[in-house]
Design a protein around this ligand. Structure first.
Ligand code: SF4
Length: 423
């Protein structure tokens, strides 16, 4: 599909501003463990963030038996286990396979699918993107060509509310209540209408066409946004996606909770499973939705350390691993960030997302407009990144509107102020 199409009018010059993709990506997986400074790390893909209670318990058991006893959620609704022995891969694979979390050994790193976590809960008549998730996952795993995708290539299946559509995915499918679903390629402002019943086929064709276009033009890229000149021009303008995470607390159809920096101990995780009605959905905002769970479970979740009430500075606050897990870090960013966030009053308006990083790589930073808190070795630099106008490309108009070097004791105030930035 992509290779045969003419260049887009706003195409960048071939290769312009495209990072060197001459080497394979080093993304960890469930079978390809990454040697981190606190032991090996495994990333387990969970398409749509979907887990049964049995699968969730198996992850907690694996974290305790093989790792450091913690489960870390990612910005794609996946789970990471850390502190693993370098030779535990076979046992981890056996544990995952036993509960259906390793359906393909050849494709496990390309099962990067995010989906609207509240789909079917608060608007039961809306699109059931879970059916798309399952079909896409199964067909992806059955496609030989798909092993050519990078472990970073992302599919987003949005039920029409514009939440995961804001996550800068490579291929985004957006359901519509009064018309055909729309397919967005990379960061294009124009989408393609998709014939009913052909939604997942269109998503797969877009990914396959991307690989074919790279081959045809002798280009290397991990993401569609790196080769906008190879993308076909869409016909339907897309409204700016809201990009809102589910609020925490009791919701129509279930419960939603937040986790501090997306991490939970195996014990906390078991509390989460016990509160569920048999199904968990991990969100790309490092929280969890429990479909069908009832509000009487909220006190137990709050007591276990989950965020269950909205209006906290912890909302949309993330941090990279930092010290001691990553030797590149200039600080224990999670400890410093926790102090700054706890120092802010409960109920204080949080504003923009904020992300703490121990070095310039800024692992796991959010998409869109966000507050960047970067360790400098003698404190932190606080900067606002991203386009001021919602919906404009993430790398357009990247103006720094606040840029301050602060000592740790000044950080809470500086971050709170930067998060209130509106211009
Ligand atoms: S941003 Fe830097 S310090 Fe933080 S996890 Fe990534 S490499 Fe390590």
């Amino acid at each position: 599909m992509l290779a045969a199409m003419p260049p887009t009018p706003d195409a960048t010059a071939p290769g312009a501003a495209v990072p060197d993709r001459g080497r394979a990506d080093a993304c960890p997986g469930a079978l390809r463990l990454h040697p981190a400074d606190d032991g090996a790390l495994a990333r387990i893909r969970l398409p749509g963030g979907l887990l049964t209670d049995r699968q969730a318990l198996a992850l907690a058991e694996a974290a305790e038996a093989l790792g450091d006893g913690e489960l870390e959620t990612t910005s794609r609704g996946n789970v990471q286990l850390r502190g693993l022995a370098p030779d535990c891969g076979a046992e981890l694979a056996d544990r995952l396979r036993a509960v259906g979390l390793l359906p393909s050994e050849t494709h496990e790193r390309v099962r990067n699918i995010v989906a609207s976590p509240l789909a079917g809960l608060d608007a039961p008549a809306g699109a059931d993107v879970r059916a798309w998730v399952r079909e896409l996952d199964a067909r992806l795993c059955a496609s030989d060509w798909a092993t050519g995708l990078s472990g970073k290539f992302l599919f987003a299946l949005d039920d029409g509310r514009g939440d995961v559509a804001a996550l800068d995915a490579d291929v985004t499918l957006i359901a519509a209540s009064n018309g055909p679903a729309l397919l967005r390629l990379g960061r294009s402002p124009l989408a393609h209408p998709v014939e009913a019943g052909q939604e997942v086929t269109a998503v797969l064709e877009a990914a396959r066409g991307f690989l074919a276009a790279l081959r045809t033009h002798g280009r290397r890229a991990w993401h569609l946004r790196e080769v906008p000149d190879l993308l076909p021009v869409g016909s339907v303008p897309l409204p700016a996606p809201a990009g809102e995470a589910p609020p925490v607390g009791a919701l129509p159809g279930g419960l939603s909770v937040g986790m501090r920096f997306g991490r939970a101990s195996a014990g906390q995780w078991r509390t989460l499973v016990a509160a569920s009605a048999g199904e968990l959905r991990l969100t790309p905002w490092r929280g969890a939705v429990l479909p069908g769970a009832t509000a009487d479970r909220l006190p137990a979740l709050a007591a276990a350390g989950f965020r269950t009430e909205p209006g906290s500075a912890w909302e949309r606050a993330t941090a990279c691993t930092g010290l001691p897990g990553c030797a590149k870090s200039l600080a224990d960013v999670r400890a410093d960030a926790a102090l700054a966030l706890d120092a802010q009053a409960a109920g204080e308006f949080a504003g923009l997302p904020v992300h703490w990083s121990g070095c310039e790589r800024r692992c796991g930073h959010p998409a869109g407009r966000w507050v960047d808190v970067l360790a400098t070795g003698h404190g932190y630099r606080v900067t606002v990144h991203g386009p001021a106008t919602a919906g404009s490309p993430a790398d357009a108009g990247n103006a720094d509107v606040a840029n301050a070097d602060v000592r740790n004791e000044e950080m809470a105030e500086a971050v709170a102020e930067a998060r209130r930035t509106t211009k």
